[in-house]
Design a binder for this molecule. Structure first.
Ligand SMILES: *Cc1c(COP(=O)(O)O)cnc(C)c1O
Length: 361
């Protein structure tokens, strides 16, 4: 019953098989000129229904930092949600790769930026004021840090504002597949057609071992990215290590099947928890993560029963939404999570909730 994150899982069988097969092959192109990488890039062009430039890297932090560095000068400002991975969880990698750009966090309900919040921030950072960083990029997480997903029209409203202010738009898609399956729209509709310029396309959390793609829809931004990748030590000489993973990930919609399974189990989890007295789900379940407010004593009893999940930062909640004896729990389903695990956890939760309710305070 481990719902700690989706990267607790290993890798899917087709990806392991592809890695092993590629490793056994003989002489092949180096530094990303191998046939697996070429295959993966071709598949990405099909998936996104457009021409694009791609760089493969082994971590999501590298993908985000490279993406942002390709659209932001050292004196630039990057606007993102106040709880975004890029601002909170990457040890300053975007600042490091850009040579000193400033990340500006903006509050927003359920992990999402709203046009009003972005507009307000843009007026605080007018272009041309020499005492401030110059707004250069907007970064959106898809899915968000609260497990929600921006619809194409929500993205469009934000990118239109960004474009008007001269910003490029980046999408942190560490959980892009889960968001896409949740939305039920095409990959193109939620990215370049809605105004996204650069995408960190995640595969690691959804069944690869270590592979993410930086996708440039606006090829002008890709000009120096390959040099940046090498300079930062993220260019693998045996590029097949990344290419083989991504080619297998995309083959025959494997990535969507993996995400669908994770999302379906998250939905089962959300329904089960939502039906229980004493539980409150503050955000809609739109990808493979479920957030639940529960009492600390219930959470402790669940941990004692062998369940694993994390307490999450409650700052995305409204005032008074969480009591002093409560916590916000994040439960993540991966492609490898089973229905049996979910059912066992729900049975355990029902048992614990009954026991806590009937025990004297
Ligand atoms: C996991 C994650 C990343 C990538 O993290 P790495 O650990 O560097 O691979 C990026 N953004 C979000 C929103 C994530 O959840």
């Amino acid at each position: 019953m481990n719902f700690g994150s989706d990267n607790i899982a290993g890798a899917s069988e087709p990806i392991i098989a592809a890695l092993a097969a590629a490793a056994r092959e003989g002489a092949e192109g180096t530094y990303g000129s191998d046939r697996w990488t070429t295959d993966a890039v071709g598949q990405l062009r099909d998936v996104f229904e457009t021409d694009l430039d791609v760089l493969l890297v082994p971590t999501g932090t590298a993908a985000n930092a490279l993406s942002l560095a390709s659209v932001t000068p050292p004196w630039g400002g990057i606007f993102c949600h106040a709880a975004a991975h890029v601002i909170d969880e990457e040890a300053g990698a975007p600042e490091f790769f850009t040579g000193g750009a400033k990340l500006v966090g903006i509050a927003g309900r359920a992990g999402k930026l709203e046009p009003g919040g972005l507009r307000e921030t843009l007026t605080r950072f007018p272009r041309g004021l020499p005492r401030q960083v110059q707004g250069s990029a907007l970064s959106l997480s898809q899915a968000t840090e609260c497990g929600t997903a921006y619809s194409p029209s929500e993205i469009g409203a934000l990118t239109e504002l960004a474009r008007g202010a001269g910003l490029a738009v980046h999408m942190d898609g560490a959980r892009f597949a889960n968001a896409l399956v949740g939305l039920g729209c095409s990959a193109a509709e939620t990215t370049w057609k809605a105004g996204i310029d650069v995408l960190s396309f995640g595969a690691t959390k959804n069944g690869a071992l270590a592979c993410e793609a930086v996708i440039f829809f606006d090829r002008n931004h890709a000009r120096y990215a390959e040099i940046q990748r090498k300079r930062s030590g993220h260019t693998l000489s045996k590029g097949r290590l990344l290419g083989a993973q991504l080619a297998a990930y995309l083959q025959d919609g494997h990535w969507l099947d993996l995400a669908r399974s994770a999302n379906e189990l998250a939905e089962r989890l959300a329904r089960g928890l939502g039906d229980l007295p004493g539980f409150h789900l503050p955000f809609p379940r739109q990808a493979n993560e479920v957030f639940a407010i529960m009492t600390r004593s219930v959470a402790q009893a669940l941990h004692d029963a062998g369940a694993h999940f994390y307490e999450w930062d409650a700052s995305s909640l409204g005032p008074g939404e969480i009591g002093p004896d409560q916590l916000l729990a994040r439960l993540v389903c991966s492609y490898a999570t089973t229905a049996a695990e979910v059912e066992r956890f729900l049975a355990e939760t029902r048992r614990v909730a009954r026991a806590v309710a009937s025990s004297p305070q």
